[in-house]
Design a protein around this ligand. Sequence first.
Ligand code: HEM
Length: 487
Amino acid sequence: MSPLDETNASFIMGFHVFESSLRPDRASSQYGKGCNISVSHLRYSANHNALDSWQITAHLVEHKRLYGPIWRSRFGPFDVVNVATAELIAQVIRQEGRYPVRTDLPHWKEYRDMRGQAYGIHVDTGPEWYRIRSALNPKMLKLKEVAAYAPIIHEVVSDLLQRVELLRLRSPDQVTVKDLASELYKFGFEGISSILFETRLGCLQEEIPTDTLRFISAVNDMLALSEMVLFFPRWTRHIFPFWKRFVQAWDDLYDVGMLKFNVCIRDAQYIISILYVTVHVGIHGSLNELQLPSGQQIYTTSNTLSWTLYHLARDAEVQNRLYNEIASVCPNKELPTAEHLTRMPYMKAVIKETLRIYPVVPGNGRLTVDSEVIVDNYWFPKKTQFHLCHYAVSHDESNFPEPECFVPDRWLRDNPSRSQHHPYSSVPFGVGVRACVGKRVAELEMYFALSRVRKPELAKKKTLERSILLNICTILHNHCLIYGTIE
Ligand code: HEM
């Protein structure tokens, strides 16, 4: 069996078809303009079906090992070119143009067309997207503007702490909070909506208001149904219930948005668009949406906070260093401000390291619209969908030695063991003009929450003085946070 036959054999799984040799010398360039080979000569990978999101993510690492840093895959109707090194990601981004597009969202557009609504920041492309983005950038990305949200974020953090304390006291051992992840999710949701809607949703209250519940459930429905709607052809709309329920979910979102938050339709369409992004990674990079099984949801700030707490709980040294930094910058339990955060490099390193290991957007997308591009010496036509495999890159040991180890020191400037990594090797918020507009707000929320997780009154107890973070031993295990005592 020749090397080519061997690779061929490994592709005859699932519904994917091995198309041609990757070897440049064998390629008959259909599109190539002086480049070695064309898009049609990239190797196809195996089918993703029936895998959960983490398996899929791990699968991409495996695909990279098998097929090299660039390969093609097909998922339902989507034909995707995967790139899995920092350098190739940089090449795609450098050619993304003035109005980059992540991916096409035909079903979202269809709903808006049906209701005569504007598309909004996620769906819009070209100058219209740019117009919305230019209006949002100064409000959302300027540190000075975002710093003005500090009081409201602190208010929401206080509610989270009270809620956690209440749940602890209610639990049989008076220390365990079951399902902390879900409380953090409510915190993320409450935090972002208190900023965007300038009103509180009441997610952290004992009794969550009915409108809020309706809103959250509409967000979840819409996201879960998005995948079904996309995969079934349009003629099935009258046969299956998915499209009807998808439309109902969007209608509910607009209704609640307008009634409860008192925003006009134009505000609502983009405010709500932003809100979705905070709760589902699939919305960020719709490629992930395509790859995630129905109902699988990963949240942005809450997911990151959960994993940070998990690692702090497991690593007393990291926890103590973080505590000492916070205590020295904000003595006497002073509430941190945006200015204080500029003196907390370790806090930032901890969050960066969490986002490197658990990027909430493990793979993002770029769709070439008007121009042809060359990546890795391949020539690609217009309308090529690229999948930027961020997870595979941020777990690559050529960038980050011992990539599975949680080492915040990698990110400290003055640390001699600071890793030498490509600037695109870990870009959790994306890069370029279409990068995350909520980055600054998300960071502020996470830093404030992390620096205050300890309840101030608990610090009076001697055993609790040793660490800021749930003081003692905190173990996040299967979504349960267990508090124990370190003697
Ligand atoms: C840990 C928290 C978060 C992470 C890691 C994250 C990450 C990302 C990523 C990777 C993208 C795609 C960027 C690209 O295509 O290059 C994105 C887009 C976006 N994010 Fe976030 N995000 C987070 C939180 C938030 C929050 C809290 C908001 C709400 C204010 C938000 C609003 C958005 C919006 C509106 C976009 C689309 C921007 C556009 O298309 O112009 N994100 N985010």
